[in-house]
Design a binder for this molecule. Structure first.
Ligand code: NAD
Ligand code: IPM
Ligand code: MN
Length: 357
């Protein structure tokens, strides 16, 4: 018997709560047929809690997760009642930075032609993985405002790029390419405009590329990457880029998958043991929250990534196949062409998965 692994479950805000409820049902259903030896630990963290007692991510909770959990499964953070989003930043960045989860891995895979938004392309043309740097860049919070509220106001967020940070995410992308038999890695920056910060990316990328002779290293400016993602996605296999660009291009990537309801992600530290964080790419979608409208497939695919990471090989593919089957049969939510609610969509997914497990 394998040792029980602890998973911190943080639904968070808005549709995060709706989709994580279904994600937990998915885990329970899998466990009934294939015991997963997981112990789920539900945490009340998010806007409700913050509004109640100002708690965001307590130090003791962070440390307990760090020291006892194999994974964190998170729904989404963001609530209009907390306009400054201080709880969301404390919690999301608390984990991403605090656990040094420097690789935000966001697969962009279109599961069926029905979901492909490009009239000249098919689903098979859209299958690549974005490695988004997850601990640096403009997200670090170096900056400030002076002369606030005056016509002379200055507002600054510095773009922080370290050799260590840039090198480790680029290496993670090349290692992934090597491990999965990919032949090309794109690195996207704006070294034409940001000649100090992004020249570091450019130089580091080609230095590391020399260590991976079988893999073509292609530099691309991020604006052009957006063009190629639409015009010729079939030429893209792996993308590595900085924190902000990675955030932006993966929403574009989600559109290529059928929308944010289809996009899963993992936040990993590939070089150190410890809990990894799994979350759909989407946010809390306040207008859909609590209405049984949110697409639970991004969360289901995220569960697949988490189980793969925790050593349950093969289940990720079964979840993906079951999601695809639902999509093809239009047993899904409105955002991807169905008529079902969140819970009913998960019911259908569980039926299809049950046949495969
Ligand atoms: P969003 O991802 O919540 O929504 C963008 C669009 O996608 C909306 O039209 C929404 O209806 C749709 N959508 C998203 N997920 C969907 C799903 N599962 N099913 C069907 N449709 C879906 O982004 P936003 O509106 O820019 O942000 C809302 C809040 O979420 C903000 O507070 C933002 O900061 C936060 N946010 C949090 C995370 C996170 O926790 N990781 C990620 C992104 C945004
Ligand atoms: C994401 C989100 C977050 C980010 C926000 C909520 C800070 O957009 O996870 O994609 O920018 O990283
Ligand atoms: Mn985002």
């Amino acid at each position: 018997m394998s040792k029980t692994q602890r998973v911190a479950v943080i639904p968070g805000d808005g549709i995060g709560v709706d989709v994580l409820r279904e994600a937990v049902r998915l885990l329970e259903a899998i466990d009934r047929k294939r015991p997963l030896a997981l112990s789920l630990w539900s945490l009340d963290l998010g806007a409700e809690r913050y509004l109640r007692d100002k708690t965001t991510l307590p130090k003791e909770t962070f440390e307990e997760i760090r020291d006892t959990c194999g994974a964190i499964l998170l729904g989404a953070m963001g609530d209009p009642r907390v306009p400054g989003l201080e709880h969301a930043r404390d919690i999301l960045f608390g984990f991403r930075f605090g656990l040094e989860l420097y690789a935000n891995v966001r697969p962009v895979k279109c599961l069926d032609d029905l979901l492909c938004p490009l009239k000249h392309k098919r689903a098979k043309d859209i299958d690549f993985t974005v490695f988004r740097e997850n601990t640096e860049g403009v997200y670090v919070g170096v900056g400030g405002q002076v002369r606030r509220g005056t016509p002379d106001e200055i507002a600054i967020n510095e773009d922080i790029n370290t050799r260590k940070g840039v090198e480790r995410i680029i290496r993670a992308a090349f290692e992934f390419a090597k491990r999965t038999g990919k032949t090309r890695v794109h690195m996207a920056d704006k070294s034409n405009a940001m000649k100090h910060a992004h020249e570091l990316w450019y130089r580091t990328f080609f230095e590391l590329a020399a260590e991976y002779p079988g893999i073509e290293a292609r530099h691309v400016y991020v604006d052009a990457l957006c063009l190629y993602m639409i015009q010729e996605p079939e030429n893209i296999q792996v993308v590595v880029t900085n924190n902000l660009f990675g955030d932006i291009v993966t929403d574009l990537g989600a559109a290529l998958q059928g929308g944010l309801g289809m996009a899963p992600s993992a936040n990993l530290n590939p070089t150190r043991p410890g809990p990894a964080l799994f979350e759909p790419v989407h946010g809390s979608a306040p207008p859909l929250a609590g209405k049984n409208l949110a697409n639970p497939f991004a969360a289901a695919l995220t569960v697949g990534m988490m189980l793969e990471h925790l050593g349950h090989q093969g289940i990720e593919t079964l979840i993906e196949d079951s999601v695809r089957a639902c999509v093809v049969e239009r047993q899904c939510t409105k955002d991807i062409g169905g008529t079902l609610g969140t819970t009913q969509t998960m019911d259908r997914l569980l039926e299809r998965l049950n046949d495969r497990l």
